[in-house]
Ligand binder design. Structure first.
Ligand SMILES: Nc1ncnc2c1ncn2[C@@H]1O[C@H](COP(=O)(O)OP(=O)(O)OP(=O)(O)O)[C@@H](O)[C@H]1O
Ligand code: NI
Length: 300
């Protein structure tokens, strides 16, 4: 498998006046051509910051260490953004230019990337947007329409890596399915897709691999079929158990503040299996960062 995106030892810290937010910690992963990786985890765990760090789009108060590499090359990300790496941003309505119609934005994107501006209707339809809606201004778009326009803008250059941050938010079921099918088709054509989502059912439908984030770290990263049948990390298991079509059990307690993370496993205070070992940060082994992984021989 060919690596399309390699992240090694990524850390992102935001400096606030009197605190530091640990938004992404010691994160390494490889995304391959034709792979669909779902990144899941509770609100605020660092998923969007990860996407922005990959694209080098973090605000000025962010400090980043670690490396991000696309394919085999060493070109800086700013040269690759758009054509080689597309982003479907979370909450796209606020990211659209208010004074331009969808058609004008999409035609420009196509032109800049050497495609015929007449492809706009086809690309819009692929993203599930009625081509007639391209003639609307952003304020005339519903949240779902803006979402699909953002998808059209991201796929128009045919990027090798596509980061989709909650691309199905605000869409009803048929349009969710349309967007998931689109991502799958892109993968089949060789695109590497990182799908950031709250929707574990969607992840289960389309993902090849799943990465679970908790309090700024990846705590589990495994093939999707294995993950959904037998998660190893107690947090991942709890996340799956919270699904309505599973145990429908909420996870007790709250995630820790990212300004005040414990030294060891950040899930330990909520974990039914926590032991004194958890005071030390566990290394990732067999795809999970846990001192007492589930579904592994000898584990509780
Ligand atoms: N510019 C910033 N300055 C300070 N803190 C920030 C900044 N941007 C994000 N954060 C913090 O970083 C953490 C991770 O945020 P992020 O947006 O990545 O969460 P998320 O996992 O995408 O959540 P959601 O599922 O709600 O989108 C949060 O605690 C957030 O408040
Ligand atoms: Ni987010």
């Amino acid at each position: 498998m060919t690596a399309a995106l390699t992240i090694d030892g990524l850390n992102v810290r935001f400096r606030l006046r009197d605190a530091t937010v640990h938004a992404v910690t010691d994160l390494s992963l490889t995304l391959h051509r034709g792979e669909l990786l779902a990144v899941v985890g509770e609100s605020g765990c660092g998923k969007s910051v990860l996407a922005h760090a990959v694209l080098d789009l973090l605000p000025a108060n962010a400090a980043t260490t670690g490396t991000v590499q696309f394919g085999a090359g060493s070109r800086p990300v700013r040269e690759l953004r758009g054509r080689h790496i597309g982003l479907i941003p979370q909450s796209p309505a606020t990211a659209l230019t208010p004074v331009r119609t969808g058609r004008s934005l999409l035609a420009e994107t196509l032109r800049v990337h050497g495609r015929a501006t007449t492809d706009a209707d086809t690309v819009a339809a692929e993203a599930g947007l009625d081509p007639a809606d391209l003639d609307r201004y952003p304020f005339q778009l519903s949240g779902g329409m803006a979402q699909r326009l953002a998808t059209a803008l991201a796929i128009a250059p045919d990027p090798a890596v596509l980061l989709a941050d909650e691309p199905t938010a605000g869409l009803d079921r048929p349009l969710v399915d349309h967007t998931l099918d689109l991502l799958r088709r892109r993968c089949a054509a060789g695109t590497a897709v990182m799908l950031i989502t709250h929707d574990l059912t969607a992840a289960q439908r389309v993902a090849d691999t799943v990465a679970v984030m908790y309090a700024s770290r990846i705590v589990e990263h495994r093939p999707a079929d294995e993950f959904f049948t037998a998660p190893h990390h107690p947090y991942a298991a709890a996340l799956l158990d919270s699904l309505p079509d599973r145990a429908f059990q909420p996870i007790p307690g709250h995630p820790p503040m990212l300004t005040d993370l414990p030294a060891g496993c950040a899930f330990a205070p909520r974990c039914p299996h926590a032991s004194p070992d958890c005071a030390a940060q566990p290394a990732i082994s067999d795809g999970a960062a846990c001192h007492h992984p589930l579904s592994v021989v000898g584990a509780p």
